[in-house]
Design a protein around this ligand. Structure first.
Ligand SMILES: *Cc1c(COP(=O)(O)O)cnc(C)c1O
Length: 446
């Protein structure tokens, strides 16, 4: 840690002068296609606090999209990175291997759901892990079709763009997309036409019928799903839906892939979100929180599936970088030692209780949902129509940012506020963040 107290502190209006100067340089030097959520430029971080270039202490309610779960500059991660960087930064595992890669794959086998024999391969990004999951499933099954869902987000590479549901901004102008990707309805309880109680059964019946008529079971290599949909709006599938889909996969020789890139590593109150639904995926993709902030991704799964591709068929120059592996091993140890899954459950209870109160006061909050420290509210018009109100969501986020709370939006309709604090956030800081949220809500709806 850099010794920063876990308190908000504002020295300037936000963004301050140093941030504003960088914003001007950004516009002149960085592609406008890489958008930024705010113009607060960060100098350093500590735990759940980000300190900007003007010296303001901001509360981090986004963790850089669910990455900084162990907190910023976590001492064991800093030490592991420094130690490995001083030894060597790269050999390429496929040229001359090193122990950290093997050790991390052993950990992944122990931590991911199921006690079957597993193998892993390491990559640089979530999208790359997803691409490789599809490659492995196709090699194993000898089939080509892949089923993904409405509201899905799996990345921005060509194949993962095809898997991603939303065109704006992820796919606009970037086609043609990879073929043999089929999209099915998601069991989205809040927006299910006949009501949440029928959602799982009806969505599954629709899935089975479409898979039979439009694809043919014998052509399906894989079904890929986020156990809680992230970018699509923190949609928790209706209970039982994922289990029915996973069982369907088993019955039809289809590889079931859980994309746990956002949900993995304690975020939802367990090591992996699949556990809440009692499902054991054939393959699991992980990235975001895996390596304490360093770029690293993994594909982990059943040994017979993971060993199916031709020898040399998987890999990459930087995949499983030794510094990232060292950071991941330190981050995982910290998650165990500090029981960050338990911390995520406590954070989720505290956020959920406060959001429940807020929803009582504001009919614009259509639903409070999520699990553990992966919570969200869906913002709608207050007339019972459930019409998404993206403008209000944006206004609330802007109010939070002005007050020194970094909050992210998401959702197919752009109307969801998502809360992803570092799992080391102290209660007092969490309460300050929730006060700011309530203030910003009151201001935006006044
Ligand atoms: C972020 C994300 C990805 C893509 O990960 P990158 O590291 O950005 O490529 C894939 N799947 C899910 C569920 C994600 O949240």
């Amino acid at each position: 840690m850099t010794g920063v107290t876990q308190e908000r502190l504002l020295l300037t209006e936000l963004p301050g002068p140093a941030s504003q100067a960088l914003a001007a340089r950004r516009r002149a030097a960085v592609s406008s296609a890489v958008s930024v959520g705010n113009e607060l430029y960060i100098d350093h971080g500590d735990g759940a606090i980000l300190v900007d270039v003007d010296g303001n202490h901001l509360i981090d309610f986004g963790s850089g999209i669910a990455v900084a779960s162990v907190g910023h500059a976590a001492p064991p991660v800093v030490a592991a990175v420094a130690e490995q960087a001083a030894k060597f930064a790269h050999t390429c595992f496929m040229v001359t291997p090193y122990p950290g890669y093997v050790e991390l794959c052993e950990q992944l086998a122990l931590l991911t759901p199921g006690s079957h024999e597993k193998r892993s391969a390491l990559f640089n990004s979530g999208a790359e892990a997803v691409e490789n999951a599809i490659k492995v499933a196709r090699a194993y099954t000898g089939r080509q079709a892949v089923i993904a869902f409405d509201h899905a987000y799996h990345g921005r590479t060509n194949l993962t763009m095809a898997l991603t549901a939303k065109v704006q901004p992820y796919k606009d102008g970037f086609g043609p997309f990879a073929p043999e990707v089929y999209r099915m309805g998601m069991a989205y309880p809040y927006r299910w036409p006949t009501g949440p109680e029928h959602c799982a059964e009806e969505a599954f019946a629709d899935f089975v019928a479409k898979a039979h008529v439009q694809v043919g079971e014998e052509h399906v290599a894989a079904v890929i799903v986020e156990p809680i949909q992230g970018e699509g709006g923190f949609i928790v599938p209706a209970p039982g839906f994922l289990k029915m889909v996973a069982d369907w996969c088993t019955e039809n020789g289809v590889v079931f892939i859980a994309d746990e890139v956002q949900t993995g590593f304690c975020r939802t109150g367990s090591w992996f979100a699949s556990e809440h639904e009692g499902i054991v995926p054939d393959l699991v993709t992980t990235a975001k929180a895996l390596a304490g902030g360093l770029p690293l991704a993994a594909l982990t799964g059943r040994a017979e599936i993971m060993d199916a591709p031709v020898v040399g068929g998987l890999g990459g120059t930087f995949g499983g970088n030794p510094i990232s592996c060292a950071a991941a091993l330190a981050a995982i140890q910290l998650m165990k030692d500090a029981d960050l899954a338990g911390a995520a459950r406590r954070i989720g209870d505290r956020i959920g209780a406060r959001l429940g109160e807020l929803a009582q006061a504001h009919p614009q909050i259509g639903e409070v949902r999520g699990r553990g420290a992966m919570m969200a509210v869906e913002i709608v018009r207050p007339d019972g129509s459930r019409t998404p109100d993206a403008a209000l969501a944006k206004a609330v986020i802007a109010g939070c940012v002005r007050r020194g709370l970094v909050v992210l939006g998401c959702g197919t309709y752009g109307n969801v506020l998502r809360f992803l604090p570092p799992l080391v956030m102290p209660d007092a800081l969490l309460d300050d963040a929730l006060d700011i949220l309530a203030e910003s809500f009151a201001e935006a709806t006044a």
